[in-house]
Design a protein around this ligand. Structure first.
Ligand code: ARG
Length: 459
């Protein structure tokens, strides 16, 4: 048991207490951030004359050595240390001797851990953003390919009006685009440096907090030392944003599962992204989509958990806050994994245009257009709605689509129908005449695609 704080104690910590308290098993993942923060700290200390240039150089060399040895596997981060901060400091002192004991001047583990977690989270936000961008690029390629792939649009999971596959995917594009902008907002709001806040009340050393912030690429130092060590808002915001990403992925997964079902067959998942059954030889299951849908619960859970952990904590640092890490790390790993797998699944999926078009045709998705046809020929909309309702009922009895009715059958229900009704209710007409901004018509869709393309190049 290697502890930094033995001085005022007369007894060894109980082993169970030690294990309960320790965080090394999970905070070891930010050893690189801890070392980076320490290098900035001693660089600032030397500039302020608190350390000599020689002491600074020795400490930095020692810290870089530790990082290298951890990375090449010659130095293992073991559980004999309480946390990653103790591990780095103890190893530094072992390497360079007493000068290593000066590293922690004007610093507390409270501002240190606040810094490490911010540095780690900043990198993770950039990685999440990169993965979201890959997903958007995949979606945009598919959108370009399917501007004439007709499919039913649904409300209440009932066929409603025809759209294109491009348009349907475009809705998800908007969701993930908003997710990226949330990541950007969180990054901007959290990008202040807590180092120098000390345990809670700053320090008597003449620290240059602006300089430390600059060295660590923050926009500036935090403004209140008590808030600096006890702010976990940015983690709650990130968990909330990741929960929203997962909610979007989960909805999309649900659609992929439906589209891939035996009944729909709109898409076929690639063998590399499907799994079989140990008993039923015919099965090819959409496990990836199901797992993404299922894992959403974990990320929501982490958000609830951290909100609850934080709700009763008086200022400033309390050990409860150590609970932020496992939750946030798990949620980050889960969200990144799901984004990666989902993008791969989409990119390898095959599409059955014939099945989609057929489904649109046989679901009376053109019924509104048939009513609009009558309106254009002078029939009031409410009457037109009733006439087409009768047509639909007739079609259901005969097992026909609107497109398949003979002229006689049309005329029998309303004499207003003429030959041009076939053109008016064709899938192509129904979709291509919807060309207002944001609508599924090819011309409207192509304008949006051009805008999304420019956005992806820009950010
Ligand atoms: N492991 C602690 C955490 O994650 C680091 C800060 C410890 N500070 C303290 N005063 N015990 O929050």
């Amino acid at each position: 048991m290697a502890q930094l704080w033995g001085g005022r104690f007369t007894k060894e910590t109980d082993k169970l207490v030690y294990d309960f308290n320790a965080s090394i098993s999970f905070d070891k993942r930010f050893y690189a951030q801890d070392i980076r923060g320490s290098i900035a700290h001693v660089t600032m200390l030397a500039r302020q004359g608190i350390l000599t240039a020689e002491e600074r150089d020795q400490i930095i060399e020692g810290l870089n050595g530790i990082r290298k040895d951890v990375e090449n596997g010659t130095l293992l981060i073991t559980e004999e240390y309480e946390d990653i901060h103790s591990f780095v400091e103890a190893n530094l002192i072992e390497r360079i001797g007493d000068v290593g004991k000066k590293l922690h001047t004007g610093r507390s583990r409270n501002d240190q851990v606040a810094l490490d977690m911010k540095l780690y989270t900043r990198d993770e936000i950039l990685e999440l953003d990169r993965l979201l961008k890959c997903l958007l690029e995949t979606l945009l390629n598919m959108m370009k390919e399917h501007t004439e792939t007709y499919m039913p649009g649904f409300t209440h999971l009932q066929k409603a009006q025809p759209v294109t596959f491009s348009h349907h995917l475009g809705a998800y594009f908007e969701m993930f685009r908003r997710d990226r902008s949330r990541m950007k907002d969180i990054y901007r709001r959290m990008n202040t440096c807590p180092l120098g806040a000390g345990a809670l009340a700053g320090t008597t050393y003449p620290l240059d907090r602006d300089y430390t912030a600059e060295l660590l690429e923050f926009d500036g130092p935090t403004r209140n030392s008590m808030d600096s060590v006890s702010d976990r808002d940015y983690l709650i915001e990130l968990l909330s944003a990741m929960s929203t990403v997962m909610m979007h992925l989960s909805r999309f997964s649900e659609e992929v599962i439906i589209w891939n079902s035996n009944e729909y067959q709109f898409v076929e998942l690639d063998d590399a992204y499907s799994t079989g059954s140990s008993i039923m030889p015919q099965k090819k299951n959409p496990d990836i989509a199901e797992l993404v849908r299922g894992k959403t619960g974990r990320v929501y859970g982490a958000l609830m958990s951290l909100l609850t952990t934080m709700k009763g904590i008086p200022l400033a640092y309390n050990k409860d806050m150590q609970e932020d890490k496992e939750l946030v790390f798990d949620a980050m790993d889960t969200t990144k994994g799901c984004l990666t797998l989902f993008t791969g699944m989409l990119a390898t999926m095959r599409f059955r245009k014939d099945r989609m078009a057929d489904s649109a045709k046989h679901g009376f998705t053109n019924a509104t257009d048939a009513a609009d046809y009558l309106v254009n020929h002078g029939v009031p909309f409410r009457d037109a709605h009733g006439i087409v309702g009768q047509l639909v009922l007739y079609c259901i009895e005969k097992g026909k689509a609107l497109d398949d009715l003979t002229m006689e059958e049309y005329k029998h229900i309303s004499p207003v129908f003429e030959e041009d009704i076939y053109e008016a209710v064709s899938m192509k007409t129904c979709v291509e005449t919807r060309n207002t901004i944001g609508a599924p018509g090819k011309a409207a869709m192509e304008q949006v695609i051009a805008q999304e393309e420019a956005y992806l190049i820009g950010e």
